[in-house]
Design a protein around this ligand. Structure first.
Ligand code: IDP
Ligand code: MG
Length: 154
């Protein structure tokens, strides 16, 4: 199976009606949506999500932010999708992220209000996908034009 990653359009992305814009960028890149869920993340779930940051000064407000409104949790698939999506997102703070990236184009925040989450490694992708999706909630399928997009013969 190709690599998978967890992408979340965070509460500000939903409130600012930017979900379609973000999805569109992933679609145009050629990546494959294999799971999606509009949901409200609980405080406990957000604490599990950011467990690696527990104890850091920004942990409480980051948990609060992720659980502050509806989000769109998605699983995207493709060889190298983790690194590609991190590049597409841009660096953590919108105020510093490069133009052309999602955070660079749509966030000016120096405080981590940054529209999108994306897993940063295969182990974190596996852990994070498991927080939001059961295996049956993801769909495996092929695109009819797969070899024109990836160059791979299926
Ligand atoms: P990432 O989202 O780019 O992977 P991480 O370092 O994993 O960034 O941090 C997780 C989230 O915590 C960030 O997306 C951001 O919302 C928030 N955050 C990280 N560092 C800070 C900080 O120094 N101040 C405020 N919020 C932060
Ligand atoms: Mg991170």
């Amino acid at each position: 199976m190709a690599e998978r990653t967890l992408i979340i359009i965070k509460p500000d992305g939903i409130q600012r009606r930017l979900a379609g814009e973000v999805i569109s960028r992933f679609e145009r890149k050629g990546l494959k949506l294999v799971g999606a869920k509009l949901m409200q993340i609980s405080r406990e779930q957000a604490e599990r999500h950011y467990a690696v940051h527990k104890g850091k000064p920004f942990f409480p407000r980051t948990v609060e932010y992720l659980s502050s409104g509806p989000v769109l949790a998605m699983v995207w698939e493709g060889d190298g999708v983790i690194a590609m999506s991190r590049e597409m997102m841009g660096s953590t703070f919108g105020a510093q992220a490069k133009p052309g990236t999602i955070r660079g184009d749509f966030s000016c925040s120096p405080e981590g209000i940054n529209l999108i989450h994306g897993s940063d490694s295969p182990p974190s992708a596996e852990y994070e996908i498991g927080l939001y999706f059961s295996p049956e909630e993801m769909v495996s399928y092929s695109f009819a034009d797969e070899r024109w997009v990836t160059g791979k013969k299926s």
